[in-house]
Design a protein around this ligand. Structure first.
Ligand code: PTJ
Length: 274
């Protein structure tokens, strides 16, 4: 058999057949695997990605109107914040470094690396990826033992005193569920992106975007660009954005997300219900 594995035991992106029915999904998966070899992603990140893929099937692998509404409110929240921060972990850096840097530049939200698994060299590898993607200011690079989020025992508690520590709004995509409650206890507004509407983070965040980060961040950038243009023309537009956030009901959003999964599954069931 002809091998498509390199000497280092890795498959190359170009070895994914272009006409494979799931080529996009395989390429995305490959970015996570490459991220693992580059010390950006941790082994648990592969498991997290698989979990995400499974939930993506359940929403039909597309951005629905409910998620779109959450995306708009999330961008409105970033613009309404006094000090917004986007938290970057290994999976986020591997999947959408360029887009997350673009979102940070349009909205003015700062980028902070915050990892659950503190393996040596990861922060450096992730910051290189972000710099290569155009980031010029990255927080969370030096470990701040003295700046912590209280009531949190994982590695995520160490935060940058210029970033998450003083933020009023934090975007925490693909989160493992131990931090949102603690961030909220410190009075912060939490936005998350999580394909699993039942996850602890999804349930506890103020704004949960139930969709794939691969689709979400480019859409957030488009909307942010539009809001920014409107804000430049009319300062009163900020009030409209604030209203959007105040009116938001995350419990309704999560119920809608679960209904969408349920309806999608029902549409696939072909047995006679009578
Ligand atoms: O890089 P680190 O050390 O900070 O660790 C990052 C991971 C992702 C390994 C860590 O946060 C973790 O273990 O996360 P969990 O507990 O697996 O949770 C990740 C959540 O993200 C799950 O609810 C997944 O369904 C969801 N998810 C995975 N991939 C995607 C996703 N949601 C949106 N888009 C995705 N592509």
């Amino acid at each position: 058999m002809k091998t498509n594995i390199t000497e280092k035991g890795r498959i190359k992106m170009e070895h994914i057949p272009k006409n494979h029915p799931r080529a996009d999904s395989l390429r995305t998966r490959q970015r996570i695997i490459d991220g693992l070899h580059e010390n950006i992603v941790i082994e648990a990140g592969l498991i997290a990605h698989g979990r995400g893929e499974a939930f993506d099937y359940l929403i039909g692998e597309r951005t629905n109107d409910n998620a779109m509404h959450a995306i708009e409110v999330a961008v409105a929240a970033l613009f309404s914040a006094k000090h917004a921060v986007i938290s970057v972990n290994g999976n986020v850096a591997a999947l959408c470094a360029e887009e997350i840097v673009r979102l940070s530049k349009i909205t003015g939200a700062l980028l902070e690396i915050n990892l659950f698994y503190g393996k040596p060299g990861r922060i450096e590898a992730i910051s290189k990826t972000l710099r290569d993607a155009g980031a010029d200011n990255i927080l969370g690079i030096i470990p701040f033992e003295s700046s912590v989020i209280h009531n949190l025992s994982s590695n995520r508690r160490f935060v940058d005193p210029k970033g998450i520590k003083i933020a009023d709004t934090v975007l925490v995509p693909l989160e493992d569920g131990d931090r949102t409650e603690a961030l909220k206890e410190e009075g912060k507004r939490v936005i998350t992106i999580d394909l699993n509407p039942l996850s602890r983070t999804a349930q506890q965040a103020d704004i949960t975007i139930v969709d794939n980060i691969i689709r979400v961040i480019p859409r957030m950038c488009e909307i942010a660009k539009d809001y920014k243009q409107q804000l430049d023309k009319n300062k009163l537009f900020r009030k409209e954005l604030q209203e959007k956030v105040i009116k938001w009901d995350n419990a309704v959003n999560l119920s809608n997300a679960m209904m969408i999964i349920s309806t999608y599954l029902e549409s696939k069931v072909s047995f006679n219900k009578n």
